[in-house]
Design a protein around this ligand. Structure first.
Ligand code: AMP
Length: 545
């Protein structure tokens, strides 16, 4: 017997319809590429998205065709999130920090028909345009005045398209499994691979991510996604905000501590989200000027491990709760998030910090497990570490065009996605990433977790950033080398930093050497490029023990 309930498809357009109808007056505030602050509402944004959907039709975009954006977080990008996916096309968010050759590769691989871009990326577009065979149209996310004299043949103006198209548009009743958006993995090993999200996966992810034990989003929130809209859909926040009717605040290209802090304060931001490297700049600004946060209540930190020292700064000094989260492009991205269970609330502060260093427990919808080299599941004892596998309705099942073959590991009819991360899971189900599989340091056949070693270094007051990598060792195969950026003006010697590890870890985990550098290379999504460091230091000679 079937249930007798309605079965409307789960569609991205429904999020915008809801936001317009039930939260029409709610604000969307953006710092624009032009530098000024722009204010709109969900009501206006929805009308403009319908105009843009009409424009896409005029430009010949049909269902399933790919439309790319090369843009910062802002209201026009948000309009495209809904206009493109809502009308049945696929929104392909391009990461402008990628090398031009990679951009050309993924635009061609995705067969993007149109590229919408912020004017600040004009030189990049001019450089790659002659190499793009699939792109028929370029549109500047601008009004006519700000693109005067632009030298790109056939370039269209976003605001002209909005002005010349009507705001009547019926969002099509798509299949909820239709592709809605596309994001390429960062490609640190091999070619970037395309992950195609569906309307259904996007909505289910948003429902789950908004829950109290996840991001805890509501209509009373003002959300500022620092995480770019080109990095796994800003972790779903542009969808979640419409779902709950939250105010949205977009920082545009200004991600420095001063600009972000100003927006947090002037717009009453309550929730933000980003990678640790961004928060470092913000904390440096806030602490340097003895400022405080008057409305910020919590911030999601993920993308790489959040150093406990950063957590303490946010929580103890500024009263901002840190939500440590783990996810990947392949998991939409939210997989786990660290919020306490009731039995943990009575623990000491130190014990709670030890829990918060973990990436947390699975949100409903996602399941996780760790397996050993033989594929057998490992116990949840907080000690055994193995390959982390995930599954769920917003976890990838196959890459765009079948690239790389079937990525899943099948056992007993159940498909698990191997994440490439190495992790432990404790008896409460809290997962902790010990390493990216390729970053693991293997010393005398035993693993040393580089993230633990980095977290300790980051707790030293003179350290701004630390990466721990394996370097070859004649006796132990590999030993840890710490690559460190000192805080401006700080004094620190190799010996002082090495003795800082005393009593904090097993003695044999202590890094064998420290090198001080001016900067650690970061990838397109703000993560440390350890592969590059390994190449740079492959001939490093460790001092005799
Ligand atoms: P991306 O697909 O670029 O978002 O990268 C996903 C990878 O980032 C994961 O497989 C992890 O290696 C890493 N990652 C994400 N969140 C965390 C976290 N909270 N702690 C440690 N690593 C993380």
């Amino acid at each position: 017997m079937n249930g007798q309930m309605q079965q409307p498809p789960l569609l991205i357009s429904n999020l915008l319809i809801h936001a317009e109808r039930h939260h029409g007056e709610q604000e969307v505030v953006s710092r624009r590429v032009e530098g000024d602050i722009h204010r709109t509402t969900y009501r206006e944004l929805a009308a403009r998205a319908r105009r843009m959907a009409n424009a896409l039709k005029t430009l010949g975009i049909g269902q399933g065709q790919r439309v790319a954006t090369l843009a910062w977080n802002g209201y026009r990008h948000m309009e495209l999130y809904y206009a493109v996916s809502g009308s049945g096309a696929v929104l392909h968010t391009l990461n402008p920090r990628l090398h031009a050759d990679w951009l050309v590769y993924i635009i061609e691989h995705a067969e993007d028909q149109i590229v919408f871009f912020d004017m600040s990326f004009l030189p990049l577009i001019q450089a790659i345009a002659p190499r793009l065979k699939c792109v028929k149209t370029f549109v500047a996310l601008s009004d006519p005045d700000n693109m005067a004299g632009t030298d790109l043949p056939g370039l269209l103006c976003y605001e002209d398209l909005i002005a010349t198209h009507g705001d009547q548009f019926d969002w099509p009743a798509l299949d909820e499994n239709a592709a809605s958006s596309l994001c390429y993995t960062s490609g640190t090993t091999g070619n970037p691979k395309g992950v195609l999200y569906s309307h259904r996966s996007t909505l289910l992810h948003a429902f789950s991510a908004a829950l109290p034990d996840a991001l805890n989003c509501s209509a009373r929130d003002a959300i500022l996604p620092v995480v770019p809209m080109f990095h796994v859909n800003a972790w779903g926040l542009p969808y979640i905000a419409c779902m709950v009717g939250a105010k949205l605040v977009f920082p545009g290209p200004s991600l420095d501590g001063k600009s972000l802090y100003e927006l947090f304060e002037t717009e009453g931001v309550t929730l933000s989200a980003g990678v640790p490297t961004v928060w470092q700049a913000l904390l440096a600004h806030v602490e340097g000027k003895a400022l405080s946060f008057s409305t910020m209540k919590r911030t999601v930190i993920g993308g790489s491990a959040c150093p406990p020292a950063m957590m303490r700064a946010f929580q103890d000094k500024h009263g901002v709760a840190v939500l440590h989260a783990w996810g990947m492009t392949e998991t939409s991205p939210l997989g786990t998030i660290c919020t306490f269970k009731p039995s943990q609330l009575a623990l000491s502060l130190e014990e709670r910090y030890a829990i918060q260093a973990k990436q947390g427990r699975a949100v409903f919808g996602v399941d996780i497990k760790i397996v050993g080299d033989d594929g057998a599941e490992l116990p949840w004892d907080g000690q055994s570490s193995g390959d982390l596998l995930v599954r769920g309705p917003w976890v990838v099942s196959e890459y765009m065009r079948g690239e790389g073959g079937n990525p899943l590991r099948d056992a007993n009819g159940k498909s698990w996605f191997p994440t490439g991360d190495v992790a432990t899971i404790d008896a409460h189900g809290f997962m902790q990433i010990t390493d990216r599989a390729k970053d693991v340091i293997k010393s005398g056949g035993e693993w040393i977790g580089s993230i633990d070693l980095e977290n300790i270094a980051m707790a030293h007051p003179a350290v701004a950033m630390a990466a721990c990598i394996a370097v070859p060792h004649p006796k132990w195969d590999e030993r840890p080398l710490l690559v460190v950026v000192k805080k401006t003006g700080a004094q620190l010697t190799r010996e002082e930093l090495i003795s800082f590890y005393d009593g904090k870890i097993a003695k044999w985990w202590t890094p064998n050497d420290v090198v001080f550098v001016d900067a650690i290379p970061l990838g397109a999504t703000g993560k440390m490029l350890k592969q590059r460091l390994r190449e740079q230091f492959k001939d490093h000679v460790l001092p005799a023990a």
